[in-house]
Design a protein around this ligand. Sequence first.
Ligand SMILES: Nc1ncnc2c1ncn2[C@@H]1O[C@H](COP(=O)(O)OP(=O)(O)OP(=O)(O)O)[C@@H](O)[C@H]1O
Ligand SMILES: [Mg+2]
Length: 390
Amino acid sequence: MNMLPLLLVITTATAVTLGVSLALAISRHRRIEAARGEREERLRMITAQMPAVLWSTNTDLHVTNCLGAGIAPLRLPGKEVVSTAMFEIFRLSDQNLLRMDELKRALQGELVVYEVDWQGQTFSVHAQPLTDDKGRIIGTIGVAQDITARKQAEEELRATQMQLIQAAKLEIVGQMAASVAHEVKNPLNNIMFAVSYLKDTLGDADKTVSEVLAQIQAAVEKGTRAVRGLMDLAAPDELRLQPEDLNKIITGALQMMKHEFATNQIKVETHLAADLPPVSLDRHKIEQCLLNFCMNAVHAMQPNGGTLTVRTRLNERERAVVTEIDDTGHGIPPDKMDRLFQPFFTTKPKGKGSGLGLAVVKTILDLHHAGVSIANRPEGGIRITVIFPL
Ligand SMILES: Nc1ncnc2c1ncn2[C@@H]1O[C@H](COP(=O)(O)OP(=O)(O)OP(=O)(O)O)[C@@H](O)[C@H]1O
Ligand SMILES: [Mg+2]
């Protein structure tokens, strides 16, 4: 029997089967390759867009990889960093050089976590040893995350907590001061009454006695003013709000200060807007604020005098009335600026200022929901800006 045709058939069938298997294997291989390519591309995208800096180094602490979107703000393209020594990258800051020790610890097998300041930003760094498949340490690997915003928020929170503690302390001091003031107010009134009685009874017969009485009277008046200031600070909450003409209140306060201005060679200029709508405020309390501002301005312009300028205007967009009080005095040293409204803060000689003026002003303006700010003017003196909401 001729076996040849049969052999041919079997061979052909085998070849076809092998061909089909090969084609299947190739197509499976291609699919696997495509899937791997896709996975790698996805991984590349993720690492490139990761909001952090991912890096690895060799055992000499030269960068071998640097990836992540966190690199961009640092203006350090990954490829420039690769093969640079960590030491070189951080050489600009002494503090960061110390951090090199942490990386050396990572090379010894430790997981290290630390913070580092660099180019005005703060990073939280986690670094650990990088090992090969046999577990041998071949460098370090790490991730650095920009935590500047979180740090700032923490800082602000701490500052707010400190302010709260300070406010709580001041409240207690304020309450104590107010009760002392109450205790002192009546005896002071009695002394004042007694001095007036003695003055009336004795007349000017004895010059020395008259002088002593005048001194007692001046001292008691000063004490009474301080007591009133303390009481205003502690219990200013009985506001009598009414729609008022702010310009009129300003003119009235300036009128009350006329004598002080004249004796201290102070010129007063006013630019009061004619179109001001009525502002809801407690006339007496706002007058008190204006008198405080004016007295401070007089003191700041002593001994040569100067100019006090008061402006009002309507800010329609903000629905507010703005008052500016400028003086040409000695201004305020920048390091004192944030203490001006603190009770008992004064730069005046002992016995001249109690440091309560601006603290009372702030309390009163807060109750009116009015904003107040103080700034040095470039041409000298200060500007006080008060904003009353409408
Ligand atoms: N117009 C100003 N120019 C320069 N410094 C000022 C002015 N107003 C206030 N200050 C500064 O702010 C401090 C606090 O002012 P504040 O009115 O609270 O207290 P005081 O004037 O010292 O005392 P008091 O008003 O209780 O008699 C002043 O001691 C002064 O250093
Ligand atoms: Mg004052």
